[in-house]
Design a protein around this ligand. Structure first.
Ligand code: FAD
Length: 570
């Protein structure tokens, strides 16, 4: 028998540096190694990734492919355009594969998919190796050390991490890569077994590109936005391991910044440059290793006098990421929702506004009818989503998010609190859906966990502390620079009114060339900015009272509604 014939399956680790899985593949001393990326219909059809995130993915793939080719001119990243659950058994057979190696996934969907693929590999006699490498510690080990329970606080995470052991030091990138083997595709049309439901309808008449396993030219090329029918991306943030490593080095070079970083002191109004690292999209795509990030900072902190410490410090930020991943690993797929999630408080969202009292459509935990909005709540949601709430601070952040795919953590706090318990009283899952579409760094665990935090349904319970859509922004940015940039209709408005244009006298509005009118939805007249959609002072009181009641009833996502409409605690 010859040496191993290995498929290295890139997914959440679009890098060559510090990859325990890639090292494991190379340690096999393979005869041939195919670096592949497979198309996953879950991400193409079901997950709601916007064009900016797609561009970031293609940046990562292109950069990785070039790096692979630098190590072996015969190799590159081979993009296989079919679902892994159906294509893998065909590749195992046709390419005579002996080993399948990949980085262990942390997300619920990824883990379910991998279970299917691992079973298929076993059936085909292919050995599977999949070490962790996406987090500081293996999320499953953290769960074990946390008594089988989800890590719901940083203290729990730190205690569990201590028991798991020291965070491993990063590994160097390989210096050579083996040749890829032949890649015959003549597997006929026999039906794979088992056949998962992955045949969702194809997109926008661009079926051609989706039907050819090796791409339209048969060369396993990396996709382009154009080919997939996307418009041009709008974000200035670009992906790829080369950029990620450069960005990290830039941050570490500013020793004072990296060693004394305190998150609560970083401004959500800062942009170009932003006040935090903006490394989250790189971590999401795995173009940057989280352990490299951790150790580059920790080594600095260890020799720096007066360095900050977790959770506010830079390494502390990475602990939050591990905390949400381990919480998800313990709870499984219900982690990203209320339904069947015993750790998330049930809140009957969509309280009617005063004007709507008596017209409530009703929502409920265990029935799953989460997204039944009152017409008013739905309109508020739409205005929030499109950045036309009439509150310039909220609108600037939402427009920054839509255009660029990233906003500062405290900006995320402000808009998430406003949509849920601090204004609109709309279900956090609706906000999380919008973030899923727009964020470059969208991580199911971090997104859901942070929305739970902000809506006070899990992780955080101080529901009486709300962010004002006026005063919070003013604290950071009196001049309103963020607003002037992202809400250009207000760019010439006097500083006195920039956060509250509805209070501006006619003369000030005329001078700035803007009128405050309408709800901002549909076609908007040029030179207008919408009226505020709610009275924040009034809504704040209403929301706090409602959450207080929900807390006193104390139901969670796994509690049951019984036939008479009352709730039963399980
Ligand atoms: P830095 O401040 O430079 O922190 C360094 C790294 O630490 C980040 O890149 C990130 O990986 C990690 N980190 C920092 N804060 C958090 C946190 N609260 N939770 C988890 N990880 C953290 N982060 C995501 O990576 N993906 C998401 O989908 C996501 N959704 C969010 C939704 C809401 C409503 C909120 C309030 C926060 C969300 N976050 C999410 C967390 C956080 O806002 C971002 O990680 C951070 O703003 C990224 O910017 P940065 O890289 O400059 O962060």
């Amino acid at each position: 028998m010859g040496n191993p014939r290995v498929i290295y399956w890139f997914r959440t680790d679009l890098r060559l540096h510090d990859s325990p899985a890639l090292k494991a593949a190379l340690d096999l001393n393979p005869d041939v190694l195919w670096p592949i990326f497979t198309w996953d219909p879950h991400y193409v059809y079901r997950a709601k990734g916007g064009v900016n995130r797609w561009q970031y993915l293609f940046d990562c793939q292109n950069d990785l492919s070039e790096s692979i080719t630098k190590l072996n001119p015969k190799s590159k990243l081979f993009v296989v355009r079919e679902a892994p659950q159906t294509v893998m058994p065909k590749l195992f057979k046709a390419w005579k594969v002996t080993h399948l190696v990949f980085e262990k996934d942390t997300d619920s969907y990824g883990r379910e998919r991998d279970k299917v693929v691992v079973d298929l590999a076993k059936k085909a006699g292919v050995k599977v190796i999949s070490p962790y490498g996406r987090t500081l510690w293996d999320s499953d080990d953290l769960v074990v050390q946390n008594g089988g329970k989800p890590t719901m606080s940083i203290t729990q995470l730190q205690a569990a991490g201590k028991k798991v052991g020291k965070i491993p030091r990063p590994l160097p990138a390989p210096k050579h890569l083996p040749d890829p083997g032949d890649m015959p595709l003549d597997f006929g049309l026999e039906s794979p077994d088992p056949k998962p439901d992955v045949n969702a309808p194809l997109r926008d008449g661009k079926d051609q590109a989706y039907t050819s396993l090796a791409g339209p030219k048969g060369d396993f090329a990396i996709e382009t936005l154009e080919e997939l029918g996307f418009p041009a991306a709008t974000t200035p943030h670009r992906g790829g391991e080369t950029r990620a490593l450069k960005a990290l080095e830039h941050i570490i070079a500013d020793e004072e910044y990296a060693a004394t970083f305190q998150k609560p002191k970083t401004s959500p109004a800062a942009f170009r440059p932003q006040s935090t690292t903006l490394l989250s999209p790189h971590l999401h795509f795995g173009s940057l290793s989280v352990r490299l990030f951790y150790w580059r900072v920790q080594d600095l902190v260890d020799k720096y006098k007066g360095a900050s410490s977790p959770p506010e410090s830079l390494t502390g930020q990475l602990l939050f990421r591990d905390m949400y991943f381990a919480a998800q690993a313990a709870i499984g797929s219900p982690f990203v929702q209320t339904l069947n999630n015993p750790y998330v408080r049930f809140v009957p969202w969509h309280l009617p506004s005063k004007a709507e009292a008596g017209t409530e459509t009703g929502t409920n935990a265990a029935s799953g009818a989460y997204h039944v909005d009152t017409p008013q709540a739905d309109q508020w949601f739409q205005r929030w989503k499109h950045g036309v709430t009439g509150f310039p601070w909220i609108d600037a952040l939402m427009r920054q998010l839509r255009a660029e795919g990233w906003i500062h953590h405290l900006g995320r706090h402000a808009v998430a609190c406003f949509l849920t318990r601090g204004g609109c009283y709309v279900h956090w899952e609706r906000g999380a859906d919008v973030f899923e579409e727009l964020l470059l760094d969208h991580e199911p665990a971090c997104n859901a966990g942070n929305w739970q935090w902000l809506s006070c349904t899990a992780f955080f319970a101080q529901y009486y502390r709300c962010y004002s859509p006026v005063a919070f922004g003013q604290k950071w940015d009196k001049e309103g620079a963020l607003i002037r940039h992202y809400v250009p209709e207000l760019k010439d408005l006097d500083q006195k009114y920039i956060y509250e244009p509805w209070k501006a006298p006619r003369a000030a509005l005329d001078k700035a060339g803007v009128k405050v009118e309408g709800d901002g939805l549909g076609e908007r007249r040029k030179g207008t900015y919408p009226e505020p959609m709610l009275d924040f002072g009034e809504r704040r009181g209403v929301c706090i009272a409602a959450i207080k009641t929900a807390y006193s009833i104390g139901l969670h996502g796994n509690d049951q509604q019984v036939k008479d409409g009352t709730w039963r605690k399980l």
